[in-house]
Design a protein around this ligand. Sequence first.
Ligand code: ZN
Length: 406
Amino acid sequence: MPTNKSVSDAPITQFINCRILRDHRLQREDLWVREGMILDPEKLFFDEQGYADKHVDCGGSIIAPGFIDVQINGGYGIDFSQASEDISSGITFVAKKILEHGVTSFCPTLVTSPPSVYHKVLPQVKVHNGGRHGAGVLGFHLEGPFISVEKKGAHPERYLRTFNSGGIEDVMVAYGSLDNVAMVTLAPELSNSQSVVKELCQRGITVSLGHSVANLSQAEEAVQHGASFITHLFNAMLPFHHRDPGIVGLLTSDQIPAGRTVYYGMIADGIHTNPAALRIAHRAHPSGLVLVTDAITAMGLPPGRHTLGQQVIEIQGFHAYVAGTKTLCGSIATMDTCVRHFKEASGCSVEEALEAASLHPAQFLGISQRKGNLDYGSDADLIQLDDALTVKATYISGEEVWRKGL
Ligand SMILES: [Zn+2]
């Protein structure tokens, strides 16, 4: 009697000798993969008697969902915001390099730029799955230009914009189109911003609040209109004040609509956020914490001096300085470093540290039915790690795309 092959004839891979992160805890179980997706072994035994075509012995490693970086400006000498002529090869280059840091998908991030850059760049890089060529692109994160002059940080002031003509029209004039856009960071105190928040959310784009001087009620109003994320919490916003805690107050607000969660990005590189601030955020609202690298051009470059565009920088350890000074010029931490640092600084569990870089970003982007977890039916984007959370190997759609030492 032939086995029931009605589901698929595709080969099956069985990851053995591992602890897999599922349902918020590490479990001693095997992981089964077919056609790039995670299989329910019970169905497999029933349908096909459970014969795997290939075994991968994980040597006792942890298997976790691949990391998702929703804020990365570039790396390895490439600045996405400066690469408008050939952005797709820049993104492809970085996408391949970040596999070794366990990142299986990401949102290339553009800082405030003139309309000509968005018009040229957004149609060029389509949302696509990862593979041997590199981590998958989930869509752009557009940080600006609708942000506060007072909290512009490193964004060029001359390109900042407002919603003067009434809202979404201004968005379309600036960006040209919303194709291949996953998320937009804006300042909710700008006039007409609330209608923009609503319209973007209706179009399936995540709205994030940041680079802003908004008070708490402005931030809450934006959340009620659909905003669901806070860009690099604490950085480029009003500092916490007990009578008006500003955007930071969203972490403990009682004005969040039922069933909704506000997520927030944290740069856990040990430099941009003090460990005590990281602990405050984590203890107040652990399920919303999302690790981001906010990495700049210098991420991945060796220590020493580098010329990047108009700037000469010097890398020492995890710090990137304007050469000859002690002025920090952005984050150069990789995602796996942030995961390890977050765990150490917050005292959280291994599971929590891993989910902050996988499950949580997938949840707020609305893709957790296929990414950010190892549930049955999800994409087999996964990483093997040792107990110190060092990445040993990276898989996308069940295929090994990077392995340490190879
Ligand atoms: Zn920023």
